[in-house]
Ligand binder design. Structure first.
Ligand code: NAP
Length: 247
């Protein structure tokens, strides 16, 4: 079941970053791609890349999500919609932003899978790719975002059990810091946004999308369950080794 065997994909978070890069690569490979996000103008621009069908949708709106996604027959679902962590100390976090993070990153991902998986089960094949994060695999900082991505990790891995025997493959792609617009969802401070992409050569949205497409392109016998990728100079945790002076 390599990419050439798939015909139709659905990508959430398609208006920018990793989702947009994935839409472009899948459309270039000849797939019909349903592109989902809130900014319709961005989605319409993707039609230049190939057979792209835009769907304006807020992933936090559960009923609308099922109305839009539940009607689509797709072979591939790439869940890339997400918002970043807030820079504020936890005790000062805006409760609305906590809800937006959990609803978009966790509930949106779970409901998207719930909406499209019946069609995949009926046709006996499909491939679900969830974009997690190194924050879901390692304790780094920002507990709410970390919790949301840890949930995506657990969900992705347990989904393999739940869908066992259905013909559906499940892949989690968990990147480190990538140069996208996500930092604008984390802070209004342009200097702080810039600091996230300066200082070392970070990975690009295209680097992550290449990993997604590589997983999709494997032969049927291969399920790529987890890809973690970071910049060469980014190490999760950023451990500093001090000389041992006593035990
Ligand atoms: N960039 C990084 O450093 C990094 C690292 C690890 C993991 N990730 C993960 O990668 C995924 C993609 O992020 P990105 O880096 O590509 O950031 P991005 O450029 O900001 O893209 C985020 C996408 O999610 C969509 N989105 C956000 N909230 C939404 C909502 N309520 N309803 C529908 N769509 C929504 C945005 O579209 P609209 O605003 O148009 O709705 C946009 O298309 C996220 O899950 C993120 O957590 C990113």
């Amino acid at each position: 079941m390599a990419l050439t065997d798939y015909q139709t994909a659905l990508v959430t978070g398609a208006s920018s970053g990793i989702g947009a890069a994935t839409v472009q690569m899948l459309a270039a490979r000849g797939l019909k791609v349903h592109a989902v996000a809130r900014r319709l103008d961005r989605l319409l621009a993707l039609k230049e890349c190939g057979d792209v069908v835009p769907h304006a949708l807020d992933m936090q709106e559960r009923d609308a999500l099922y109305d839009v996604l539940g009607d689509l027959d797709v072979d591939i679902l790439v869940n890339s919609a997400g918002v970043g962590s807030q820079f504020d100390p936890f005790q000062e976090l805006d409760p609305d932003k906590i809800d937006a993070t959990l609803t978009t990153n966790v509930a949106g991902t779970v409901h998207a899978v719930r909406a499209v998986s019946p069609g995949m089960v009926a046709q006996g094949r499909g491939h679900i790719v969830n974009i997690g994060s190194i924050f879901g695999l390692h304790a780094i900082s920002t507990a709410v975002y970390g919790a949301s991505k840890a949930a995506v990790h657990r969900f992705s891995q347990d989904l393999r059990h739940d869908l066992k025997g259905s013909g559906i493959r499940v892949t989690e792609v968990s990147p480190g810091r990538a140069a996208t617009e996500i930092f604008a969802t984390m802070t209004d401070d342009a200097k702080a946004q810039g600091a996230m992409v300066d200082g070392f050569e970070i990975i690009t949205a295209e680097d992550v999308a290449e990993a997604v497409v590589w997983a999709l392109d494997q032969p049927w016998r291969v399920n790529v369950s987890l890809i973690e990728l970071t910049a060469t100079e980014q190490i999760p945790g950023g451990v500093t080794i001090h000389p041992v002076t006593s035990r």
